[in-house]
Design a protein around this ligand. Structure first.
Ligand code: LER
Ligand code: MN
Length: 292
């Protein structure tokens, strides 16, 4: 079945206009909030059996992954891939758009470009997380931002030819010094000036950086291309003190039709966290949709 039809069919099968996915890394990773990693066949089938509609793939380097096998198993489990995470290229290889070494910047841009055909295949958004980098010693903030604009324009233009969108994630101050909160992301959108470039919002980072999570969601309107959920402690939703009913209502009111993707610590273990999250979020989303 053509992928576009598969996506429509799976989308139509669900009544929610906000479907649920969860992060799965194709390999073991240092990034602790990739809830599942490794063991492709077992993990995808578990994710589907827990009731998730989609799986967000965290891929360090597409050239190291058997994409045909991945696609086969995604389809076998009737899952959708809403987004592809790319941050391990920073975490494990040190690639970034804002490194003082031009060779490193070039390889970082090439790495993101190499995700484009994969994203096209799954009709997924490409996530620009920590591959944007941090402010390195000896680099001024304006210089880092110029390099970032250049890289984002080049990747967005290349992605546009295949109908692929890119989403930059504002990430809290303890992980990067570049683009921590939503207003900075919205300013970045104005500089990049490509309509396939938008934002990924993550409730964990927003809880640290935003004066009001709901206000910041409203400020983004239709530029929210993807959405991550974790509670205030980065455990599964329901384990901390965030008000998910209020947050997801604000998201729904923007007209967001994408996935709400779980990216949280495997606490006490991945299976328990994934099940607790879906059991907690589904009734909240159903209530929001019913009241619309
Ligand atoms: C990735 O989506 C994320 O939220 C960051 O915390 C990665 O370090
Ligand atoms: Mn995130």
């Amino acid at each position: 079945m053509p992928r576009a039809n598969l996506r429509k069919m799976v989308g139509a099968r669900k009544e929610l206009s906000m479907n649920l996915s969860i992060v799965y890394s194709t390999r073991q990773t240092q990034f602790q909030a990739a809830t599942f990693s490794g063991g492709l066949e077992t993990n995808l089938s578990k994710i589907a059996s827990f009731g998730y509609d989609g799986v967000e793939l965290a891929i360090r380097d597409p050239s190291q992954v058997n994409i045909d096998e991945l696609e086969k198993l995604v389809q076998k489990n009737n899952l959708i891939v809403p987004a592809i995470g790319t941050g391990q290229a920073w975490g494990e290889e040190g690639l970034s758009f804002t490194d003082p070494d031009p060779e490193v910047r070039t390889v970082a841009v090439e790495r993101i470009r190499s995700h484009i055909p994969v994203a096209e295949r799954f009709q997924a958004v490409i996530i620009i997380g920590l591959i944007r980098g941090i402010l390195k010693p000896g680099v001024s903030h304006p210089q880092a931002m110029e390099w970032m604009y250049e890289a984002l324009r080049s990747c967005s233009q290349a992605a546009k030819t295949l109908g692929v969108r890119l989403a930059l994630e504002p990430i809290n101050r303890y992980e990067t010094s570049l683009i921590n909160y939503v207003q900075q992301g919205l300013d970045l959108i104005k500089e990049v000036r490509e309509d396939n470039f938008g934002l990924l919002l993550d409730t964990f980072h927003m809880n640290i950086e935003e004066p009001s999570i709901e206000e910041s969601i409203r400020a983004c309107g239709d530029r929210i291309f993807h959405f991550h959920v974790a509670d205030s402690n980065r455990w599964h939703p329901g384990a901390g003190h965030l008000n998910f009913e209020s947050v997801l209502k604000a998201l729904h009111v923007t007209g967001y039709q994408g996935f709400v993707s779980g990216e949280f610590l495997a606490h006490p273990d991945a299976d328990t966290a994934a099940q607790k999250s879906i059991n907690y979020l589904k009734p909240i989303i159903n209530k929001i949709i019913r009241l619309q």
